[in-house]
Design a protein around this ligand. Sequence first.
Ligand SMILES: O=P(O)(O)OP(=O)(O)OP(=O)(O)OC[C@H]1O[C@@H](n2cnc3c(O)ncnc32)[C@H](O)[C@@H]1O
Ligand SMILES: [Mg+2]
Length: 201
Amino acid sequence: MTDPVNGFKELVLASHNAGKLKELQAMLGDAVRVRSIGEFSQVEPEETGLSFVENAILKARNAARISGLPALADDSGLAVDYLGGAPGIYSARYADGKGDAANNAKLLDALKDVPDAQRGAQFVCALALVRHADDPLPILCEGLWHGSILHEARGEHGFGYDPLFWVPESGCSSAELPAEQKNRLSHRARAMALFKQRLGL
Ligand SMILES: O=P(O)(O)OP(=O)(O)OP(=O)(O)OC[C@H]1O[C@@H](n2cnc3c(O)ncnc32)[C@H](O)[C@@H]1O
Ligand SMILES: [Mg+2]
């Protein structure tokens, strides 16, 4: 079967999140020349999908349309068991767009008095690559990272919910992991490993 992305050398990363961009770039290395959607537009598309994968495709198509390049998008978030999977696809908007600190404060509040055994959670990452805006066959890869939610913030690395995410295999929060370690273990790392395999990168 013909590989639909065979031969592409440059792509645009369809994310406006500096933390994500840094991680995605580090994981891609120099396998492919990477541009950022910020070079082309500051306007963020509305994330109207009902799943991570739909939002990733929507963001990738938008970036491909604006840039004229193949586009890779990441839609990700934190699914907390006790909250029935919330904030999930709404993770970035959990505290009504007030940012990471407000999101984290709202999450701690929602889990106040919830015992450790019921604080399980997973980070989810869906990656979507489209060769062009109307690509009928996007490349889709997903990754999960299991952990639990701490009672208070720990660590200074990473971004978003990292200070509240306990990583059992490392015995620390994901914000206490050096970037190289997070980039080997995370939901994004898992999705990216599949993606690179799929593309032969
Ligand atoms: O849509 P783009 O432009 O890529 O940027 P965004 O920040 O809006 O990204 P999402 O819509 O995918 O929302 C992801 C949310 O999940 C959080 N998140 C995703 N991956 C994370 C990680 O590795 N560590 C901590 N928080 C993460 C992130 O902080 C956001 O609140
Ligand atoms: Mg977003």
